[in-house]
Design a protein around this ligand. Structure first.
Ligand code: P61
Length: 458
């Protein structure tokens, strides 16, 4: 036995309301088989997201009491700014209320005219939406291995350099305001990007005179994978690796709701003085004065402390180990998952797990409902409910490329026995999977339909 132990003790607890299968049958029916309609009190293990769901440490809570709520020149901002500067090396640190606010401000300032292109390994949905809002095309250029759920390539988040070159040449470098890289690549399964690839993408972007930015939400998890998997990094600290990652970029957008170990917050890091000035001006219009940017002073304290704690190797060993442990349990019982396990979530391949349910009856939705019924677990469908479209001429469903169910693991929230409980639910679902039925819409909104859809069992 080599048990993975939690590198923390529990000082405050939040009770989980236990429910029975009969209760859950009633609750999910009342929620029209859409897990977004459930009350969080009726969920036993919530794996909807790792965003804003972290458990904060005693030091973070202590920092909250010391928050300086001064409108201008707050000492909490000074602490936050120093921590982020030490970590990233950027010249300008601009706080925002969360990641998408940083995206909105960056793209509104850096895109000078509509009609251009912004490449990324894979744009997260808020990033894509903010890029497209400026009249710019968002291009996803991840390597081919990143599209193959079974590939165990160690850096499936890497950008395809050939595709990047072709994209820049086709658009013309003057029409590419920035090249982005998402670390880890959330929409591609939480897969890491190698240091070598970051360096090569930076070199290519700079050779065309284009700035290079990171979407850095899960930078510490990415740094840990580099330490584990990339030659030459085994003896470096996570801080050194993260610092090197940031050093190749001209700035970043960040949601502190992930690797900031905070429940809210984000920032924009920028080297260019003129761009930073433009962003600050917009920040004042939409978020607030540059020493708080839509956050309370106490939030800045929590993030500053969280950004130190997230670099601790014992924490990351447990964090990445816990996600991998869940992935390994599922793989052992023959449940197909996106390989290798990513940094923050396991993605179950629902199409291969439930091959008897056609894609137009939403196998991913069927599996999320079944996980709730079996054990009160909430995952999220990332398949044709979320990304399927209607053919504008015929009205028939065009399915998504993959039918996945994401089980995101909140940071420091669940113990190893909670994870065993999740794996155990799969044992029982696996045994009776042939009896699971598909779903059909009884209501769907014209856009972002997954949030408000109502379903019926087929
Ligand atoms: C998530 F269903 N992620 O994974 P904000 N970049 C990246 C993210 O993962 C990300 C943001 C930017 C979430 C939350 C989420 O429709 C959804 O602080 C790589 O949430 O603004 C967020 O950061 C945005 C889930 C967001 C969603 C939007 O669960």
């Amino acid at each position: 036995m080599n048990p993975l132990i939690e590198p923390f003790k529990i000082k405050v607890v939040e009770p989980i309301k236990m429910t029975t299968r009969a209760q859950r049958e009633r609750l999910i029916k009342k929620a029209y088989y859409n897990l977004f309609f459930l009350h969080s009190n009726d969920i036993m293990i919530d794996m909807l997201t790792d965003s804003g769901t972290s458990a904060m440490s005693d030091a973070q809570w202590a920092g909250i009491m010391g928050g300086d709520e001064a409108y201008a020149g707050s000492r909490s901002f000074e602490r936050f700014e120093q921590v982020v500067k030490d970590l990233t090396g950027y010249r300008h640190i601009i706080p925002t209320h969360q990641g998408r606010a940083a995206e909105k401000i960056l793209f509104s300032s850096i895109v000078k005219k509509a009609g251009g292109v912004i490449p990324n390994n894979t744009h997260f949905d808020t990033t894509r939406a903010n890029v497209e809002y400026t009249g710019t095309t968002a291009e996803d250029l991840v390597i081919d291995e990143g599209h193959d759920p079974a590939s165990t390539y160690p850096f499936k988040g890497n950008m395809d350099l050939k595709k990047l070159k072709a994209c820049i040449e086709k658009a013309g470098p003057e029409n590419v305001p920035v090249v982005m890289m998402t670390v880890t690549n959330n929409s591609g399964g939480g897969q890491p990007v190698s240091m070598e690839n970051l360096r090569a993408v930076r070199d290519m972007a700079h050779s065309y005179g284009i700035p290079f930015f990171l979407d850095a939400c899960r930078f510490a998890e990415n740094a840990y994978f580099i330490k584990q998997r990339e030659k030459g990094y085994a003896d470096k600290t996570i801080r050194e690796i993260a610092h090197e990652m940031f050093s190749y970029s001209d700035g970043c957008t960040m949601s502190a709701k992930k690797d900031g170990l905070a429940n809210i917050g984000g920032f924009l890091g920028i080297n260019d003085d003129v761009l930073a000035q433009d962003c600050r001006n917009l920040l004042i219009l939409t978020e607030g004065f540059p020493t708080y940017g839509g956050l309370a002073g106490r939030d800045l304290e929590a993030i500053a402390q969280g950004l130190d704690e997230v670099l601790e190797e014992d924490y990351l060993r447990f964090r990445i180990g816990q996600v991998a442990y869940l992935g390994d349990q599922l793989t052992k019982m023959g449940v197909p998952i996106m390989q290798p396990p990513g940094g923050h979530a396991i993605y179950v391949d629902a199409k291969s797990f439930l091959p008897h349910i056609p894609v137009n009856q939403f196998p991913g939705q069927a599996l999320t409902v079944e996980l709730y019924l079996e054990a009160g677990i909430r995952g999220v469908e990332i398949g044709s409910v979320m990304f399927g479209k209607k053919d504008p001429e015929t009205g028939t469903e065009i399915p998504a490329a993959l039918e996945l169910v994401r089980l995101a693991v909140p940071r420091r929230v669940y113990t190893q026995s909670h994870i065993d409980y999740v794996a155990d639910a799969f044992v029982r679902i696996n045994e009776r999977k042939k009896t699971i039925r598909g779903y059909k819409f009884v209501y769907e909104a014209p856009f972002l339909r997954h949030f408000t859809a109502r379903f019926e069992r087929v």
